[in-house]
Write a protein that binds this ligand. Structure first.
Ligand code: AMP
Ligand code: MG
Length: 477
Protein backbone atom coordinates (compact mmCIF):
# COMPACT_ATOMS: atom_id res chain seq x y z
CA UNK A 1 0.00 0.00 0.00
CA UNK A 2 1.72 3.21 -1.13
CA UNK A 3 -0.43 5.45 1.07
CA UNK A 4 0.42 6.04 4.72
CA UNK A 5 -1.84 5.47 7.71
CA UNK A 6 -2.52 9.22 7.63
CA UNK A 7 -4.35 8.83 4.32
CA UNK A 8 -8.06 9.11 5.07
CA UNK A 9 -10.28 8.87 2.00
CA UNK A 10 -13.77 10.35 2.22
CA UNK A 11 -15.29 10.76 -1.26
CA UNK A 12 -18.35 12.67 -0.15
CA UNK A 13 -19.16 14.32 -3.47
CA UNK A 14 -20.63 10.96 -4.45
CA UNK A 15 -23.39 11.64 -1.86
CA UNK A 16 -24.78 14.10 -4.39
CA UNK A 17 -26.57 12.68 -7.43
CA UNK A 18 -25.86 13.12 -11.12
CA UNK A 19 -27.57 16.50 -11.30
CA UNK A 20 -24.24 17.80 -10.03
CA UNK A 21 -21.59 16.01 -12.07
CA UNK A 22 -20.70 13.70 -14.95
CA UNK A 23 -18.48 10.65 -14.68
CA UNK A 24 -15.54 11.15 -17.01
CA UNK A 25 -12.23 9.64 -18.01
CA UNK A 26 -8.81 11.23 -18.04
CA UNK A 27 -7.00 11.77 -21.31
CA UNK A 28 -4.21 9.33 -22.20
CA UNK A 29 -1.07 11.36 -22.51
CA UNK A 30 1.95 10.42 -24.63
CA UNK A 31 4.43 11.34 -21.88
CA UNK A 32 4.51 11.75 -18.10
CA UNK A 33 7.44 13.74 -16.77
CA UNK A 34 7.10 14.70 -13.13
CA UNK A 35 7.95 18.39 -12.83
CA UNK A 36 6.77 19.17 -9.31
CA UNK A 37 5.47 17.09 -6.46
CA UNK A 38 4.35 18.91 -3.35
CA UNK A 39 5.47 16.66 -0.54
CA UNK A 40 4.60 19.28 2.05
CA UNK A 41 0.96 19.22 0.89
CA UNK A 42 1.04 15.46 0.39
CA UNK A 43 2.13 14.98 4.01
CA UNK A 44 -1.03 16.75 5.15
CA UNK A 45 -3.16 14.08 3.53
CA UNK A 46 -0.97 11.01 4.01
CA UNK A 47 0.16 10.76 0.38
CA UNK A 48 3.82 11.61 0.90
CA UNK A 49 4.86 7.95 0.91
CA UNK A 50 4.22 7.43 -2.81
CA UNK A 51 7.18 6.67 -5.05
CA UNK A 52 7.48 8.87 -8.14
CA UNK A 53 6.09 6.05 -10.28
CA UNK A 54 3.08 5.64 -8.00
CA UNK A 55 2.65 9.41 -7.97
CA UNK A 56 2.47 9.44 -11.78
CA UNK A 57 0.06 6.50 -11.76
CA UNK A 58 -2.40 8.49 -9.66
CA UNK A 59 -1.74 12.11 -10.63
CA UNK A 60 -0.79 11.64 -14.28
CA UNK A 61 -2.78 8.54 -15.31
CA UNK A 62 -5.49 9.05 -12.69
CA UNK A 63 -5.87 5.51 -11.51
CA UNK A 64 -8.21 5.83 -8.51
CA UNK A 65 -6.71 6.20 -5.04
CA UNK A 66 -7.66 3.42 -2.61
CA UNK A 67 -11.25 3.66 -1.30
CA UNK A 68 -11.76 6.94 -3.10
CA UNK A 69 -13.87 8.02 -6.08
CA UNK A 70 -13.95 5.06 -8.50
CA UNK A 71 -14.13 7.44 -11.46
CA UNK A 72 -13.40 11.16 -11.85
CA UNK A 73 -16.34 13.56 -11.72
CA UNK A 74 -16.56 16.62 -13.98
CA UNK A 75 -18.56 19.09 -11.94
CA UNK A 76 -21.50 21.00 -13.38
CA UNK A 77 -21.73 24.73 -12.89
CA UNK A 78 -22.67 28.00 -14.56
CA UNK A 79 -21.43 31.46 -13.80
CA UNK A 80 -21.24 35.15 -14.50
CA UNK A 81 -18.14 35.90 -16.56
CA UNK A 82 -17.32 39.60 -16.56
CA UNK A 83 -20.92 40.13 -15.44
CA UNK A 84 -22.55 38.18 -18.29
CA UNK A 85 -24.36 34.99 -17.41
CA UNK A 86 -22.89 31.93 -19.09
CA UNK A 87 -24.81 28.64 -18.87
CA UNK A 88 -22.14 26.91 -21.00
CA UNK A 89 -19.61 26.35 -18.25
CA UNK A 90 -18.66 23.37 -16.10
CA UNK A 91 -15.43 21.43 -15.66
CA UNK A 92 -14.25 21.57 -19.27
CA UNK A 93 -10.64 20.63 -18.62
CA UNK A 94 -10.69 19.31 -15.09
CA UNK A 95 -12.44 16.98 -12.71
CA UNK A 96 -12.72 16.03 -9.09
CA UNK A 97 -10.37 13.09 -8.62
CA UNK A 98 -10.47 12.30 -4.90
CA UNK A 99 -11.45 13.63 -1.49
CA UNK A 100 -9.38 13.24 1.65
CA UNK A 101 -9.37 14.34 5.28
CA UNK A 102 -6.64 16.72 6.39
CA UNK A 103 -4.06 15.64 8.97
CA UNK A 104 -5.34 12.07 8.88
CA UNK A 105 -8.05 13.01 11.38
CA UNK A 106 -11.69 11.96 10.91
CA UNK A 107 -12.71 15.52 11.82
CA UNK A 108 -9.94 17.10 9.71
CA UNK A 109 -11.13 19.44 6.96
CA UNK A 110 -12.38 17.67 3.85
CA UNK A 111 -9.98 18.52 1.00
CA UNK A 112 -10.44 17.85 -2.69
CA UNK A 113 -7.88 16.71 -5.22
CA UNK A 114 -9.01 18.25 -8.50
CA UNK A 115 -7.32 18.62 -11.86
CA UNK A 116 -6.62 21.17 -14.54
CA UNK A 117 -5.68 19.96 -18.02
CA UNK A 118 -6.79 16.32 -17.61
CA UNK A 119 -8.74 16.05 -20.87
CA UNK A 120 -12.06 16.88 -22.44
CA UNK A 121 -15.42 16.43 -20.72
CA UNK A 122 -19.05 17.04 -21.74
CA UNK A 123 -18.36 20.67 -20.78
CA UNK A 124 -15.34 21.35 -22.97
CA UNK A 125 -17.26 23.07 -25.79
CA UNK A 126 -14.62 23.70 -28.47
CA UNK A 127 -11.74 23.55 -25.99
CA UNK A 128 -9.05 20.88 -25.97
CA UNK A 129 -9.32 20.12 -22.24
CA UNK A 130 -5.62 20.79 -21.82
CA UNK A 131 -3.38 23.07 -19.74
CA UNK A 132 -0.17 24.57 -21.04
CA UNK A 133 3.00 23.81 -19.12
CA UNK A 134 3.55 27.52 -18.68
CA UNK A 135 0.03 27.85 -17.27
CA UNK A 136 0.86 25.08 -14.80
CA UNK A 137 4.12 26.75 -13.78
CA UNK A 138 2.29 30.04 -13.29
CA UNK A 139 -0.33 28.42 -11.04
CA UNK A 140 2.43 26.73 -9.03
CA UNK A 141 4.20 30.04 -8.46
CA UNK A 142 1.01 31.87 -7.46
CA UNK A 143 -0.04 29.23 -4.95
CA UNK A 144 3.40 28.98 -3.36
CA UNK A 145 3.76 32.72 -2.87
CA UNK A 146 0.20 33.21 -1.65
CA UNK A 147 0.62 30.44 0.90
CA UNK A 148 3.90 31.99 2.08
CA UNK A 149 2.11 35.33 2.50
CA UNK A 150 -0.63 33.76 4.62
CA UNK A 151 -3.43 33.75 2.03
CA UNK A 152 -6.04 30.96 2.13
CA UNK A 153 -5.27 29.33 -1.20
CA UNK A 154 -5.45 26.03 -3.01
CA UNK A 155 -2.13 24.19 -3.12
CA UNK A 156 -0.43 23.02 -6.28
CA UNK A 157 -0.15 19.35 -5.45
CA UNK A 158 1.37 17.99 -8.64
CA UNK A 159 2.54 19.16 -12.04
CA UNK A 160 3.31 16.61 -14.75
CA UNK A 161 4.40 17.44 -18.27
CA UNK A 162 2.37 15.42 -20.75
CA UNK A 163 4.18 15.66 -24.09
CA UNK A 164 1.53 17.23 -26.33
CA UNK A 165 1.71 20.33 -28.49
CA UNK A 166 -0.92 22.95 -27.74
CA UNK A 167 -2.00 26.02 -29.66
CA UNK A 168 -2.85 29.12 -27.67
CA UNK A 169 -3.40 32.74 -28.62
CA UNK A 170 -1.54 34.03 -25.57
CA UNK A 171 1.61 31.89 -25.77
CA UNK A 172 4.11 31.30 -28.58
CA UNK A 173 2.67 28.12 -30.13
CA UNK A 174 2.96 25.21 -30.36
CA UNK A 175 3.50 25.20 -26.61
CA UNK A 176 4.08 22.36 -24.13
CA UNK A 177 1.27 20.62 -22.21
CA UNK A 178 0.82 19.60 -18.59
CA UNK A 179 -1.68 18.27 -16.10
CA UNK A 180 -1.92 19.92 -12.72
CA UNK A 181 -3.51 18.59 -9.53
CA UNK A 182 -4.73 20.97 -6.85
CA UNK A 183 -5.40 20.26 -3.21
CA UNK A 184 -8.15 22.56 -2.11
CA UNK A 185 -10.87 23.22 0.40
CA UNK A 186 -13.96 22.33 -1.68
CA UNK A 187 -14.70 22.68 -5.39
CA UNK A 188 -18.23 23.99 -4.91
CA UNK A 189 -18.57 27.46 -6.35
CA UNK A 190 -21.13 30.22 -6.41
CA UNK A 191 -21.69 29.05 -9.99
CA UNK A 192 -22.63 25.55 -8.75
CA UNK A 193 -25.68 27.13 -7.10
CA UNK A 194 -26.40 29.38 -10.06
CA UNK A 195 -26.79 26.36 -12.33
CA UNK A 196 -29.48 24.78 -10.14
CA UNK A 197 -31.36 28.09 -9.86
CA UNK A 198 -31.15 28.56 -13.64
CA UNK A 199 -32.68 25.10 -14.09
CA UNK A 200 -35.34 26.02 -11.48
CA UNK A 201 -34.48 22.97 -9.41
CA UNK A 202 -35.14 24.18 -5.86
CA UNK A 203 -34.73 20.67 -4.53
CA UNK A 204 -31.21 20.47 -5.97
CA UNK A 205 -30.38 23.92 -4.59
CA UNK A 206 -31.43 22.83 -1.11
CA UNK A 207 -29.54 19.55 -1.41
CA UNK A 208 -26.36 21.36 -2.49
CA UNK A 209 -26.60 23.92 0.30
CA UNK A 210 -27.16 21.26 2.95
CA UNK A 211 -24.29 19.24 1.50
CA UNK A 212 -21.95 22.22 1.90
CA UNK A 213 -23.26 23.01 5.38
CA UNK A 214 -22.79 19.39 6.46
CA UNK A 215 -19.22 19.28 5.20
CA UNK A 216 -17.89 22.77 5.84
CA UNK A 217 -20.24 24.61 8.23
CA UNK A 218 -21.63 21.94 10.57
CA UNK A 219 -22.59 24.50 13.21
CA UNK A 220 -25.27 25.82 10.82
CA UNK A 221 -26.90 22.41 10.43
CA UNK A 222 -28.69 22.89 13.75
CA UNK A 223 -30.73 25.83 12.39
CA UNK A 224 -34.01 24.02 11.69
CA UNK A 225 -35.79 26.82 9.87
CA UNK A 226 -34.70 26.67 6.26
CA UNK A 227 -35.28 30.38 5.63
CA UNK A 228 -32.88 31.20 8.47
CA UNK A 229 -30.44 28.44 7.62
CA UNK A 230 -30.13 29.77 4.07
CA UNK A 231 -29.45 33.29 5.34
CA UNK A 232 -26.85 31.96 7.77
CA UNK A 233 -25.25 30.09 4.87
CA UNK A 234 -25.00 33.26 2.77
CA UNK A 235 -23.53 35.09 5.73
CA UNK A 236 -20.93 32.38 6.25
CA UNK A 237 -19.90 32.40 2.58
CA UNK A 238 -19.69 36.21 2.81
CA UNK A 239 -17.38 35.96 5.84
CA UNK A 240 -15.23 33.37 4.09
CA UNK A 241 -14.89 35.54 0.99
CA UNK A 242 -14.26 38.69 3.05
CA UNK A 243 -11.31 37.00 4.75
CA UNK A 244 -9.73 35.90 1.49
CA UNK A 245 -10.19 39.15 -0.41
CA UNK A 246 -8.69 41.01 2.58
CA UNK A 247 -5.70 38.68 2.41
CA UNK A 248 -5.30 39.39 -1.32
CA UNK A 249 -5.38 43.13 -0.66
CA UNK A 250 -2.72 42.78 2.04
CA UNK A 251 -0.62 40.58 -0.24
CA UNK A 252 -0.88 43.00 -3.18
CA UNK A 253 -2.42 40.22 -5.24
CA UNK A 254 -4.69 40.64 -8.25
CA UNK A 255 -6.50 37.39 -9.06
CA UNK A 256 -7.51 38.55 -12.51
CA UNK A 257 -10.65 36.51 -13.23
CA UNK A 258 -13.16 36.91 -10.42
CA UNK A 259 -16.08 35.29 -12.23
CA UNK A 260 -18.67 33.59 -10.04
CA UNK A 261 -17.49 30.16 -11.21
CA UNK A 262 -14.09 30.93 -9.71
CA UNK A 263 -15.38 31.70 -6.20
CA UNK A 264 -15.62 28.83 -3.73
CA UNK A 265 -18.14 28.66 -0.89
CA UNK A 266 -15.25 28.11 1.53
CA UNK A 267 -13.71 31.38 0.28
CA UNK A 268 -10.44 29.62 -0.50
CA UNK A 269 -8.74 31.25 -3.45
CA UNK A 270 -8.06 29.10 -6.53
CA UNK A 271 -7.83 28.93 -10.33
CA UNK A 272 -4.88 31.11 -11.21
CA UNK A 273 -4.69 32.26 -14.80
CA UNK A 274 -3.55 35.81 -15.59
CA UNK A 275 -2.79 36.76 -11.94
CA UNK A 276 -0.25 39.44 -10.99
CA UNK A 277 1.33 40.79 -7.86
CA UNK A 278 1.39 44.57 -7.64
CA UNK A 279 4.69 46.36 -8.31
CA UNK A 280 3.39 49.31 -6.24
CA UNK A 281 0.10 50.19 -4.57
CA UNK A 282 -2.31 51.01 -7.39
CA UNK A 283 -6.07 50.47 -7.18
CA UNK A 284 -6.38 50.57 -10.98
CA UNK A 285 -3.83 47.83 -11.62
CA UNK A 286 -5.43 45.16 -13.82
CA UNK A 287 -4.02 41.67 -14.30
CA UNK A 288 -5.80 40.11 -17.27
CA UNK A 289 -4.94 41.42 -20.72
CA UNK A 290 -8.54 40.69 -21.76
CA UNK A 291 -10.02 42.74 -18.86
CA UNK A 292 -10.25 45.89 -20.95
CA UNK A 293 -12.50 47.82 -18.56
CA UNK A 294 -10.44 46.99 -15.48
CA UNK A 295 -13.45 45.26 -13.92
CA UNK A 296 -11.24 43.02 -11.79
CA UNK A 297 -8.56 45.61 -10.98
CA UNK A 298 -6.79 45.39 -7.60
CA UNK A 299 -8.94 48.07 -5.96
CA UNK A 300 -12.20 46.61 -7.26
CA UNK A 301 -11.73 43.14 -5.80
CA UNK A 302 -13.77 43.72 -2.60
CA UNK A 303 -16.70 45.24 -4.54
CA UNK A 304 -16.50 42.38 -7.01
CA UNK A 305 -16.84 39.83 -4.23
CA UNK A 306 -19.85 41.75 -2.92
CA UNK A 307 -21.38 41.64 -6.41
CA UNK A 308 -20.70 37.91 -6.66
CA UNK A 309 -22.19 37.24 -3.24
CA UNK A 310 -25.29 39.16 -4.26
CA UNK A 311 -25.66 36.70 -7.15
CA UNK A 312 -25.40 33.84 -4.65
CA UNK A 313 -28.11 35.38 -2.47
CA UNK A 314 -30.41 35.92 -5.47
CA UNK A 315 -29.87 32.35 -6.49
CA UNK A 316 -31.01 31.18 -3.06
CA UNK A 317 -34.24 33.22 -3.02
CA UNK A 318 -36.30 30.04 -3.60
CA UNK A 319 -35.07 28.81 -0.18
CA UNK A 320 -35.41 32.05 1.79
CA UNK A 321 -36.53 35.64 1.27
CA UNK A 322 -35.21 39.16 0.78
CA UNK A 323 -35.80 40.21 4.38
CA UNK A 324 -33.43 37.56 5.57
CA UNK A 325 -30.91 37.53 2.73
CA UNK A 326 -30.23 41.28 2.52
CA UNK A 327 -28.98 41.55 6.12
CA UNK A 328 -26.85 38.45 5.51
CA UNK A 329 -25.24 40.16 2.51
CA UNK A 330 -24.77 43.38 4.43
CA UNK A 331 -22.39 41.60 6.77
CA UNK A 332 -19.79 41.56 3.98
CA UNK A 333 -18.45 45.16 4.15
CA UNK A 334 -17.82 45.17 7.92
CA UNK A 335 -16.42 41.64 7.75
CA UNK A 336 -14.04 42.79 5.02
CA UNK A 337 -12.84 45.81 7.05
CA UNK A 338 -12.23 43.65 10.06
CA UNK A 339 -10.40 41.04 8.01
CA UNK A 340 -8.27 43.69 6.31
CA UNK A 341 -7.08 44.99 9.69
CA UNK A 342 -6.27 41.42 10.68
CA UNK A 343 -4.48 40.63 7.41
CA UNK A 344 -2.41 43.84 7.31
CA UNK A 345 -1.35 43.65 10.97
CA UNK A 346 -0.41 40.02 10.39
CA UNK A 347 1.70 40.96 7.37
CA UNK A 348 3.37 43.69 9.43
CA UNK A 349 4.02 41.20 12.23
CA UNK A 350 2.29 43.39 14.82
CA UNK A 351 -0.54 42.68 17.22
CA UNK A 352 -4.00 43.84 16.20
CA UNK A 353 -5.69 46.25 18.62
CA UNK A 354 -9.17 47.73 18.13
CA UNK A 355 -10.86 47.57 14.72
CA UNK A 356 -10.80 51.40 14.57
CA UNK A 357 -7.08 51.61 15.29
CA UNK A 358 -6.32 48.81 12.87
CA UNK A 359 -8.35 50.58 10.17
CA UNK A 360 -6.36 53.75 10.78
CA UNK A 361 -3.09 51.85 10.46
CA UNK A 362 -4.19 50.23 7.18
CA UNK A 363 -5.30 53.56 5.78
CA UNK A 364 -2.07 55.32 6.78
CA UNK A 365 0.04 52.55 5.27
CA UNK A 366 -1.83 52.21 1.98
CA UNK A 367 -2.02 55.98 1.58
CA UNK A 368 1.73 56.31 2.06
CA UNK A 369 2.39 53.41 -0.30
CA UNK A 370 0.15 55.00 -2.92
CA UNK A 371 1.72 58.44 -2.62
CA UNK A 372 5.32 57.28 -2.62
CA UNK A 373 4.90 54.35 -5.04
CA UNK A 374 7.39 52.41 -2.93
CA UNK A 375 7.69 48.75 -4.06
CA UNK A 376 4.63 47.02 -2.61
CA UNK A 377 6.42 44.37 -0.60
CA UNK A 378 9.01 46.71 0.88
CA UNK A 379 7.19 48.26 3.90
CA UNK A 380 5.99 44.82 5.04
CA UNK A 381 9.57 43.59 4.91
CA UNK A 382 11.22 46.68 6.38
CA UNK A 383 8.73 47.24 9.22
CA UNK A 384 8.09 43.61 10.11
CA UNK A 385 7.54 43.35 13.85
CA UNK A 386 6.79 47.08 14.20
CA UNK A 387 9.03 49.27 16.39
CA UNK A 388 11.47 46.37 16.73
CA UNK A 389 12.35 46.98 13.06
CA UNK A 390 12.66 50.77 13.30
CA UNK A 391 16.42 50.61 12.82
CA UNK A 392 16.08 48.29 9.80
CA UNK A 393 13.50 50.60 8.22
CA UNK A 394 14.88 54.03 9.07
CA UNK A 395 18.62 53.30 8.88
CA UNK A 396 19.24 50.20 6.82
CA UNK A 397 16.57 50.14 4.13
CA UNK A 398 17.34 51.69 0.73
CA UNK A 399 13.94 53.35 1.20
CA UNK A 400 14.84 54.91 4.56
CA UNK A 401 14.46 58.43 3.17
CA UNK A 402 10.90 57.68 2.08
CA UNK A 403 9.98 56.32 5.50
CA UNK A 404 11.43 59.44 7.15
CA UNK A 405 9.36 61.71 4.92
CA UNK A 406 5.94 63.27 5.32
CA UNK A 407 3.82 60.65 3.46
CA UNK A 408 4.86 58.00 6.00
CA UNK A 409 4.55 60.30 9.07
CA UNK A 410 1.17 59.02 10.17
CA UNK A 411 2.15 55.40 9.61
CA UNK A 412 5.35 55.94 11.65
CA UNK A 413 3.31 57.37 14.52
CA UNK A 414 0.78 54.57 14.46
CA UNK A 415 3.22 51.69 14.20
CA UNK A 416 5.35 53.08 17.03
CA UNK A 417 2.74 51.99 19.56
CA UNK A 418 2.44 48.42 18.28
CA UNK A 419 3.82 45.29 19.84
CA UNK A 420 5.17 42.42 17.74
CA UNK A 421 2.94 39.43 17.21
CA UNK A 422 3.70 36.28 19.10
CA UNK A 423 6.14 34.18 17.17
CA UNK A 424 7.74 37.04 15.23
CA UNK A 425 11.40 36.15 14.80
CA UNK A 426 13.49 38.96 13.36
CA UNK A 427 16.59 36.81 13.75
CA UNK A 428 15.47 34.67 10.83
CA UNK A 429 18.10 35.15 8.11
CA UNK A 430 15.39 36.23 5.66
CA UNK A 431 15.19 39.62 7.37
CA UNK A 432 18.89 40.24 6.68
CA UNK A 433 18.37 39.78 2.93
CA UNK A 434 18.90 42.91 0.82
CA UNK A 435 15.51 42.50 -0.87
CA UNK A 436 12.17 40.95 0.08
CA UNK A 437 10.99 37.94 -1.89
CA UNK A 438 8.54 39.04 -4.60
CA UNK A 439 7.17 37.70 -7.86
CA UNK A 440 6.49 40.42 -10.39
CA UNK A 441 5.69 39.57 -13.98
CA UNK A 442 9.23 40.07 -15.29
CA UNK A 443 10.55 37.52 -12.84
CA UNK A 444 7.80 35.05 -13.73
CA UNK A 445 8.85 35.35 -17.38
CA UNK A 446 12.51 35.06 -16.41
CA UNK A 447 11.78 31.83 -14.53
CA UNK A 448 9.92 30.42 -17.52
CA UNK A 449 12.53 31.39 -20.14
CA UNK A 450 15.20 28.75 -19.22
CA UNK A 451 12.50 26.06 -19.10
CA UNK A 452 11.33 27.05 -22.58
CA UNK A 453 14.78 27.41 -24.10
CA UNK A 454 16.88 24.77 -22.34
CA UNK A 455 14.50 22.68 -20.20
CA UNK A 456 16.37 24.11 -17.23
CA UNK A 457 14.13 23.84 -14.17
CA UNK A 458 16.72 24.89 -11.60
CA UNK A 459 15.77 28.60 -11.40
CA UNK A 460 12.14 27.63 -10.81
CA UNK A 461 13.02 25.14 -8.09
CA UNK A 462 15.36 27.68 -6.47
CA UNK A 463 12.54 30.23 -6.46
CA UNK A 464 10.10 27.82 -4.83
CA UNK A 465 12.73 27.18 -2.16
CA UNK A 466 13.22 30.93 -1.64
CA UNK A 467 9.46 31.45 -1.35
CA UNK A 468 9.18 28.66 1.21
CA UNK A 469 12.06 30.15 3.19
CA UNK A 470 10.16 33.44 3.35
CA UNK A 471 6.99 31.57 4.37
CA UNK A 472 8.95 29.98 7.20
CA UNK A 473 10.28 33.40 8.28
CA UNK A 474 6.72 34.77 8.34
CA UNK A 475 5.31 31.79 10.19
CA UNK A 476 3.33 30.61 7.15
CA UNK A 477 5.27 27.44 6.42
P1 AMP B 1 -11.48 29.47 -16.38
O1 AMP B 1 -11.40 30.79 -17.06
O2 AMP B 1 -10.20 28.69 -16.34
O3 AMP B 1 -12.11 29.56 -15.03
O4 AMP B 1 -12.44 28.57 -17.32
C1 AMP B 1 -13.71 28.98 -17.71
C2 AMP B 1 -14.42 27.84 -18.39
O5 AMP B 1 -13.76 27.48 -19.61
C3 AMP B 1 -14.51 26.57 -17.58
O6 AMP B 1 -15.76 25.98 -17.85
C4 AMP B 1 -13.37 25.76 -18.11
O7 AMP B 1 -13.55 24.38 -17.90
C5 AMP B 1 -13.41 26.11 -19.60
N1 AMP B 1 -12.10 25.96 -20.24
C6 AMP B 1 -11.04 26.77 -20.15
N2 AMP B 1 -10.02 26.34 -20.90
C7 AMP B 1 -10.43 25.19 -21.51
C8 AMP B 1 -9.84 24.25 -22.42
N3 AMP B 1 -8.59 24.39 -22.87
N4 AMP B 1 -10.60 23.21 -22.82
C9 AMP B 1 -11.85 23.04 -22.39
N5 AMP B 1 -12.47 23.89 -21.54
C10 AMP B 1 -11.78 24.94 -21.10
MG1 MG C 1 -12.33 28.49 -13.48
Amino acid sequence: MPVTDRYRPDPRHADLDDRFYDRVEAARFPQHTLRFRNDRAAARVGLDGLSDDEWITHFGRFEPLPDNLPQPLALRYHGHQFRSYNPDLGDGRGFLFAQVREDGAPDGRLLDLGTKGSGTTPWSRSGDGRLTLKGGVRELLATELLQALGVATSRTFSLIETGEKLWRGDEPSPTRSSVLVRLQHSHIRIGSFQRQAFLRDADALAALMDHVIGLHMPDLAAIDDRLDRTAAFVQRVAENCARTVAQWMAAGFVHGVLNTDNILVTGESFDYGPWRFLPTHDPEFTAAYFDHGGLYAYGRQPDTLMWNLTRLAETLLPLSNRDRLIPALETFPPAFSLALGEAVTRRLGVQPTTPEDDDALVLALFEAMGRTQIPFERPFFDWYGGPASEFRALERSPHAALYAGEPFARFRDLIAGRRPRDGVDLDHPYFADPEPCTLLIDEVEALWAPIASADDWSPLHAKVAAIRRMGEALGNG
